[in-house]
Design a protein. Structure first.
Length: 174
């Protein structure tokens, strides 16, 4: 068994295989140390999500999040939010070795979803209404363009295309 002050083996370098117990330590203390390491792996200090944002999402003060980094004493009620924010399963947070699921969202889409949870309900409804109105306007514009294109006889399009080719040939010949 490794002591925490020893270097980690190479197979643990990726952070996926962390020792969960210290030699001679009590199990609860070693679990919280493992949870602190997992927290720091999931949320690096200069990562994409700040400690303040994590605190807001969990409904705690930033000082609590800073404490989690050192002690790993995190209430189980926060694991759902931490799991969502980090992209790692609750099993991983509780000491399992599963891999995070790759996101199919772009970073911009992830940011929108992350920020959405901080909108008050009234603002959510306003935002949804605006998004639906924008989508409806875009759909109407597409229908309008398709209708105009469909109204042009294909012989006219072919004739105009032929005229353009003829003009191009005469310019290059001159």
């Amino acid at each position: 068994m490794l002591m925490f002050n020893q270097a980690l083996p190479e197979e643990w370098a990726d952070g996926q295989h962390l020792p969960m117990k210290k030699e001679g330590g009590d199990e609860a203390e070693s679990d919280s140390v493992g949870l602190a390491e997992r927290f720091n792996l999931a949320f690096p200090r200069r990562g994409r999500i700040s400690d303040v944002a994590i605190a807001k999402a969990c409904g705690v003060k930033p000082q609590a999040v800073w404490g989690w980094r050192g002690t790993g004493r995190i209430a189980k009620k926060h694991l759902n939010v931490l799991s969502e924010l980090s992209g790692r399963s609750q099993q991983w947070w509780l000491g399992g070795l599963d891999e995070p699921q790759p996101s199919t969202l772009t970073p911009r889409q992830e940011l929108v979803l992350f920020l959405w949870q901080f909108l008050p309900p009234a603002e959510e409804m306003k935002m949804l209404d605006r998004l639906e109105a924008a989508r409806a306007a875009q759909d109407a514009m597409r229908r309008n363009v398709r209708g105009r294109l469909a109204a042009i006889p294909s012989s006219t399009v072919a004739a105009e295309f032929g005229k353009a080719k003829l003009k191009k040939r005469t310019k290059t010949a001159a």
